[in-house]
Design a protein around this ligand. Structure first.
Ligand code: ZN
Length: 423
C-alpha cells in the first residue's frame, strides 16, 4: 500500500511539472536581483526579479504540502540567501522557504506550505522600473469570498450611535427630535478600492511616499465612516499591501452586488506644481480630454506593473461591448462623481472643475455606478505632505462620504427586494 501511494503521488507531481519554454541561450549566468514576498489572505505572492529570461520548472509535492521550484543557470547569491528570512509567521499560505543549490547550475526553492494551494507560476517581461520577474502566486483552493466575509461581519444590523452631522450640514433646530429614520432606506453596499498595492506602488512622491499606502489609508478611514453611517456598509477590495488585477477589483464589487464602487488614487505629473483633486468616470465615446486619456492609460498599466498571469482566462476581457445598462450606469456615475467632486472642492483645490471621463478598466462594472478619485497630487510636495497627514486623510474621507450621502439623498437606492423597502 505505501508503495502504491508513493507511485500515485509521484504521478500527480509529474502532472503538475511544467517546464517553461524560453529560448536557448537564456541560461548563462542569471542573477537574482531582488526578492519580494506579499502575504495576504487573498493570496501570497513571491517575486524573483532577475537580469535576464529564466528557465524554470515547478511541482507540487504532498505530505507535507510543498511547492518545489527549480531555476536553471541561476547563481546562488546573497539575494536568494535572504529569501527565507522574508517569510513572516502570519503568512496565510507559506510556512517557510528553503533555498539552495540542487545540482550544478540549478537552484532549488522549496516552499513549505501551511495547507493545499493552487499555485500560479509565471514570468513577466520588464516594465517600468522592473526587470524580468518570475512570480509565484499561491491561492487557496477556495477563493476568499468577500460576500461571506461581509455577512459574517454584519449579520446583525450594528447598533449605531446617532448619525453625526457633518460640518456642512444643517444643525438640528433646538427642540427638534433628532432624525431616527436613516437617510438611506435600505442597506447599501459601497465597495472601496484602494488603488495599486504590492508590486505596484502607484505614483511615488518626491518625499518618497507611495500612492499605494496613501490610497489604503484614506480608504480605510472612509470605510470606518461609511460603516458608522446608518444603512451603509463597505467592503475594501484590498486591506493590505498586495496587488489585485483591475478586473478582479470589478469582480469583487459585482460579487457583493455593490451599490457603488469608489476607487481611491493619488495623482502624479512631471511638473511638481500640478495640484488639486479630480474625479473620473468611465466614458462611452472616447476620453473627455487628452489628459484624461493619458491618466486612464497610466492607471490601466497597473496590471503590467502589478503583474497579471496572462495564462488565466478573464471572462470580462472578452466583454468589450458597452451595452445599454452601461449607459445608464455612466449617467449615475456622473451624478455621484459630481456630488463627490463638489465636496472635495470644499477641502482642496479642484484640478478640474468638472467630472472627467476616460476608459478606466477599473470602472467597467456594467451595473454599478463607479468613480475614480484622484485625491490630490502626490507629485506636488505640498499635497504629498497633506496626503500623509492623518487629519487631512480624515477630512478627505469625510468629504467623500458627504458626496456619497448627497448622491443617495437625491438618488435613493432602488429596493433590491420588496422586503428591504421601508415606508
Ligand atoms: Zn493611481
Amino acid at each position: 500500500m505505501p508503495r502504491r501511494r508513493e507511485v500515485l503521488k509521484f504521478a500527480a507531481a509529474s502532472l503538475t511539472l511544467l517546464v517553461s519554454r524560453v529560448g536557448a541561450g537564456a541560461t548563462a549566468g542569471v542573477s537574482i536581483l531582488a526578492v519580494r514576498v506579499w502575504p495576504a489572505r487573498d493570496y501570497t505572492r513571491v517575486t524573483l526579479e532577475h537580469n535576464q529570461a529564466i528557465r524554470f520548472s515547478h511541482m507540487l509535492v504532498k505530505d507535507p504540502e510543498r511547492l518545489v521550484l527549480d531555476l536553471e543557470g541561476v547563481e546562488f547569491n546573497s539575494v536568494l540567501q535572504m529569501l527565507p528570512s522574508k517569510i513572516i509567521d502570519a503568512d496565510p499560505y507559506i510556512k517557510l522557504i528553503r533555498a539552495g543549490r540542487n545540482k550544478p547550475g540549478v537552484v532549488r526553492l522549496v516552499i513549505e506550505l501551511k495547507g493545499e494551494v493552487k499555485p500560479q507560476v509565471f514570468s513577466l517581461q520588464p516594465v517600468g522600473e522592473y526587470g524580468h520577474r518570475l512570480v509565484l502566486d499561491l491561492y487557496p483552493l477556495e477563493p476568499v469570498d468577500p460576500l461571506m466575509a461581509l455577512l459574517e461581519k454584519s449579520g446583525e444590523p450594528p447598533l449605531k450611535s446617532e448619525p453625526k452631522l457633518g460640518s456642512q450640514e444643517k444643525p438640528a433646530e433646538p427642540g427638534e427630535k433628532p432624525a431616527t429614520r436613516p437617510e438611506v432606506a435600505r442597506m447599501v453596499t459601497i465597495v472601496l478600492d484602494p488603488g495599486h498595492g504590492g508590486e505596484d506602488p502607484g505614483a511615488i512622491g518626491r518625499g518618497g511616499s507611495y500612492e499605494k499606502h496613501v490610497t489604503l489609508s484614506v480608504a480605510r478611514r472612509l470605510k470606518e465612516k461609511i460603516d458608522a453611517t446608518p444603512n451603509m456598509r463597505s467592503v475594501l477590495t484590498r486591506d493590505g499591501d498586495y496587488f489585485i488585477p483591475l478586473n478582479q477589483r470589478v469582480q469583487k464589487a459585482r460579487r457583493v452586488q455593490a451599490d457603488l464602487f469608489v476607487s481611491v488614487h493619488a495623482d502624479a505629473f512631471i511638473k511638481s506644481t500640478a495640484r488639486g483633486s479630480s474625479v473620473f468616470v468611465l466614458s462611452e465615446n472616447g476620453a473627455s480630454s487628452s489628459a484624461a486619456r493619458w491618466l486612464a492609460n497610466k492607471e490601466n498599466s497597473a496590471d503590467l506593473v502589478g503583474g497579471v498571469n496572462l495564462g488565466v482566462k478573464d471572462p470580462y476581457l472578452a466583454r468589450t461591448l458597452l451595452d445599454l445598462s452601461q449607459t445608464a450606469t455612466i449617467n449615475d456615475s456622473l451624478k455621484l462623481g459630481k456630488d463627490v467632486l463638489g465636496e472635495l472642492g470644499r477641502i482642496n483645490t479642484l484640478h478640474k472643475a468638472h467630472v472627467e471621463q476616460a476608459g478606466f478598466a477599473v470602472l467597467k462594472a456594467p451595473d454599478i455606478p463607479s468613480i475614480l478619485i484622484e485625491t490630490a497630487f502626490i507629485s506636488n510636495p505640498e499635497e504629498e505632505a497633506r496626503l500623509n497627514d492623518e487629519a487631512y486623510q480624515d477630512r478627505m474621507a469625510e468629504a467623500i462620504l458627504r458626496g456619497i450621502r448627497r448622491y443617495f439623498a437625491k438618488n435613493p437606492p432602488l429596493a433590491k427586494s420588496k422586503l428591504a423597502r421601508l415606508d
